[in-house]
Design a protein around this ligand. Structure first.
Ligand SMILES: CC(C)(COP(=O)(O)OP(=O)(O)OC[C@H]1O[C@@H](n2cnc3c(N)ncnc32)[C@H](O)[C@@H]1OP(=O)(O)O)[C@@H](O)C(=O)NCCC(=O)NCCS
Length: 174
């Protein structure tokens, strides 16, 4: 059901991302929307940069993908997309739970501030939004994205990140 994607899945990942990203059309600011939402070159660049995609298969076909990227002291969940007709059937939850088991580091997720459904999805899984100030710092530290995307995004973190954050600030005397 769940398998690690390889180079032969590139076309499928590309198709699912661009199908899934239609959800953003007319919702996120028009100046950050483009079609295709992610080009094949951008996708290759993400994979070369360390994003490992996992796919959820149904009847031998991948119907949803989610990426994981270990970077510095955290793990990022990247590019979560389920085929439009396969949404809200628990596939995203299965992928997320599976990927969470692959790391003992704090997990961070970035998404568009206007993608309310995605924020709800992650909140349902125990992630919480970090403050505006913290979001800017994290997106600059762990992601390579344009300034406009930083402005229009949010970051969610898991309980481990919040616990570490509180502990670090306590030791700094905040
Ligand atoms: C976000 C996404 C990956 C979740 O995967 P999924 O398989 O649909 O999610 P699940 O079925 O496991 O979980 C569903 C829960 O997510 C939230 N959710 C998902 N889609 C939603 C929607 N359109 N409206 C409101 N809540 C939604 C709800 O909490 C929902 O629970 P509910 O059905 O009990 O209300 C998927 O909907 C998707 O690909 N969306 C478009 C692309 C996107 O936003 N990606 C996130 C990039 S960070």
């Amino acid at each position: 059901m769940m398998r690690r994607c390889d180079h032969s899945d590139l076309e499928t990942i590309y198709t699912i991302i661009n199908d899934g990203a239609q959800a953003y059309k007319g919702v996120i600011p028009t100046d950050v929307w483009k079609e295709p939402y992610m080009s094949k070159e951008e996708l290759r660049h993400e994979i070369e940069g360390g994003v490992v995609f996992w796919g959820y298969e149904e009847g031998g076909e991948i119907v949803g993908v989610m990426g994981i990227q270990h970077i510095q002291d955290v793990t990022l969940i990247r590019h979560a997309y389920i085929y439009t007709e396969k949404r809200r059937q628990g596939i995203g939850s299965k992928l997320l739970s599976y990927l969470r088991e692959q790391t003992s580091r704090p997990i961070l997720i970035g998404t568009w501030a206007d993608a309310i459904w995605a924020i709800r999805f992650y909140e349902k899984h125990g992630f919480r939004l970090v403050t505006q100030e913290e979001k800017g710092r994290l997106l600059k530290k762990y992601w390579s994205i344009p300034e406009r995307q930083i402005e229009t995004s949010v970051v969610l973190a898991d309980p481990k990140w919040f616990n570490n954050f509180k502990w670090e600030n306590k030791t700094k005397g905040y």
